[in-house]
Ligand binder design. Structure first.
Ligand code: FES
Length: 577
């Protein structure tokens, strides 16, 4: 780098020869010099490698080693890599739910970047929340940033058929009841579904988030679908290391990439790949951090008419490894070009359109052409009505078509414990036409908005061959799940939304084509119930969960904490001290 370019580096506030006195001595010499670094290290772009590796986060364990490939690339391009850990969230392990800690993880990312002498950042991500959380945090600082998605596990095969993590789990109760699955069968299936390092193999939330990052322009082309253990993942990591140094030199900050057009592209691509409903809440939170106005209704307006092109579970039958061999996301971006803002900028300085114009599909069974889609309209529908004044969402492509217009009597569960106690009680009055209503699983109520919205059906109905019913809650659903499940009801029951007032036997009207979710109860009766409603006692008594419940926004705004959105600007302590 020439001297003028060096002077512009943010890290020079810490390391420049002019940063003299005691402070300069400490930053430049005494502490970093203990690593044996030569003097010329201090004029190079300093690249942070934000690593979500943790043994508490099984989907991300390989990132510990993938960071070495990133470092190699940074060094080759003349940068100076500094890897740092942040709190990580292992979706299948952490209690009460990883979503509670997404915002904490984003804060850790933000403050680690802001407080340190970094010029650019590489985000190493994988499991569900680790991608949106780190992007949210990095967006709040707005340095040049590139994402390296960790990649999915290898295809799971069980007794000759593909077995997708998550998606298969949701069928287990059904299999035990209708196919006589034993404990041994379950154990055999378990190991088959987790064959290697990496994240879930379906188009669940982790895969949807990787595709989100690529469609936003935050990764190198083709990054999302490379399996975790494929040697090409290391190549991608090394090339990303080289790229971030160039991004710093070009001052290609996140805000230049994360434009309104980029968000619109991501919404359309999530529809075309049959992506997770969790995509909505995470994309909105990212938009809030970078200051792009994105409304819940945008997801319906932009995405609901988009055709489904990717044949992956839970909407289809293949897995991420198949998606990679078929050509991965570049093929989808190419097929979808008539719907996209192709001039959106990406991390490599080229446009999304340029990056993907030569993509070739190698398996049209896995990635359909836009003229022969799996479904004509696949995106997420946003519902409104007195039961969800601020909105609720449903993924029609994962629902039973015959239930998308449905009128039924409510069977109410006050919380998850109530559900577990009652669902298989022979006294419970429930049949296949009933609508299951679950309360107290929203951001404030649970707390943290867990993935429990796809409630198991009662055993006695499963034995009758019933595999889907309408279910409504203020919670979320795993991206690997399916069913006629209405989620993210806002406002949630714990803050007094109409959901809190639903009683057993109330009639509920669902009409997805009309985007309606209505509680068919007189307003005067609802007023009476509202007057008698008592706010449930909070389970968040101390620490971060307490802070979270006091400041978290409702689902229709992305469930970020209010003081973390861009408009809530505090001064940057590193600029003023
Ligand atoms: Fe980590 Fe599914 S549990 S991606």
């Amino acid at each position: 780098m020439d001297e003028d370019s060096q002077k512009k580096l943010r890290s020079q506030q810490w390391f420049a020869p002019s940063a003299g006195g005691k402070g300069g001595f400490v930053h430049r010499k005494a502490w970093r010099k203990n690593q044996g670094l030569p003097e010329d290290t201090y004029g190079k772009p300093v690249i942070g490698i934000c690593n979500t590796w943790s043994e508490l986060s099984p989907c991300n364990t390989h990132l510990r080693f993938l960071a070495e490939s990133v470092k190699r690339g940074i060094l080759e391009a003349g940068g100076y890599p500094l890897e740092f850990p942040i709190v990580s969230t292992g979706e299948t392990i952490i209690k009460p739910t990883a979503m509670l800690f997404r915002n904490l993880m984003s804060m850790d990312t933000e403050e680690s970047i802001r407080a340190n002498p970094l010029d650019g950042v590489v985000l190493l991500t994988g499991c569900d929340k680790t991608t949106p959380a780190t992007i949210m945090g990095a967006a709040s600082v707005d340095l040049p940033t590139i994402v390296v998605p960790g990649g999915a596990m290898m295809n799971g095969m069980f007794r000759g058929t593909r077995i997708g993590n998550g998606t298969y789990v949701w069928k287990l109760k059904e299999k035990i009841n209708t196919e006589g699955f034993t404990e041994k069968d379950l154990k055999d299936a378990e190991v088959c579904s987790a064959r290697s390092e990496g994240h879930c193999t379906t188009m669940g939330t982790a895969s949807s988030m990787a595709c989100m990052a690529e469609s936003l322009g935050l990764t190198l082309p083709g990054a999302a679908a490379i399996p975790a253990v494929d040697s090409r993942k290391k190549t991608l990591a090394q090339l990303s290391g080289r790229q971030i140094v160039e991004m710093v030199q070009a001052d290609r900050k996140m805000s230049k990439i994360l434009t309104r057009e980029a968000f619109e592209n991501a919404i359309k691509i999530n529809a075309a790949i049959g992506g997770s409903t969790n995509f909505i809440i995470h994309l909105q939170a990212i938009a809030g951090r970078i200051g792009v106005d994105l409304k819940l209704q945008d997801f319906d307006d932009l995405g609901s008419k988009i055709p489904l092109l990717v044949n992956l579970m839970p909407s289809g039958k293949y897995l991420m490894e198949d998606f990679y061999y078929a050509g991965g996301l570049p093929v989808v971006l190419n097929h979808m070009k008539s719907h996209l803002h192709n001039n959106a900028l990406t991390v490599n300085g080229k446009t999304l359109g340029n990056n993907n114009e030569d993509a070739v599909c190698f398996n049209e069974e896995v990635i359909r052409h836009i003229d022969t889609p799996l479904q004509k309209e696949a995106g997420i529908a946003v519902l409104y009505g007195n039961l969800c004044e601020n909105g609720a969402v449903i993924k029609p492509s994962a629902s039973s078509g015959k239930l998308l217009i449905h009128k039924g009597k409510a069977v109410v569960f006050d919380d998850m414990e109530d559900f577990r106690n009652k669902i298989d009680d022979p006294e419970l009055e429930i049949d296949e036409k009933s609508i299951m209503v679950l309360k107290t699983v929203g951001p404030v109520g649970y707390p943290g908005m867990p993935e429990v919205g796809n409630l198991d059906l009662p055993e006695r109905l499963l034995k009758k061959g019933i595999t889907d019913m309408v279910r409504i809650s203020d919670g979320r659903m795993s991206g690997t799940a399916f069913g006629t499940v209405i989620l993210h009801v806002s406002p949630e029951s714990a803050v007094g939304g109409t959901l809190a007032l639903v009683e057993n036997g109330d009639t509920i009207i669902l009409d997805v084509p009309k985007r309606l979710l209505q509680l068919d109860v007189d307003e005067s009766e609802l007023e009476k119930r509202r007057a008698n409603w008592k706010k449930p006692a909070s389970k968040a008594k101390r620490g971060y969960p307490y802070w979270y419940t006091k400041t978290v926004q409702q689902a229709h705004l992305g469930a970020d904490m209010d003081f973390l959105v861009k408009d809530f600007e505090a001064s940057d302590p590193t600029e003023t001290n």
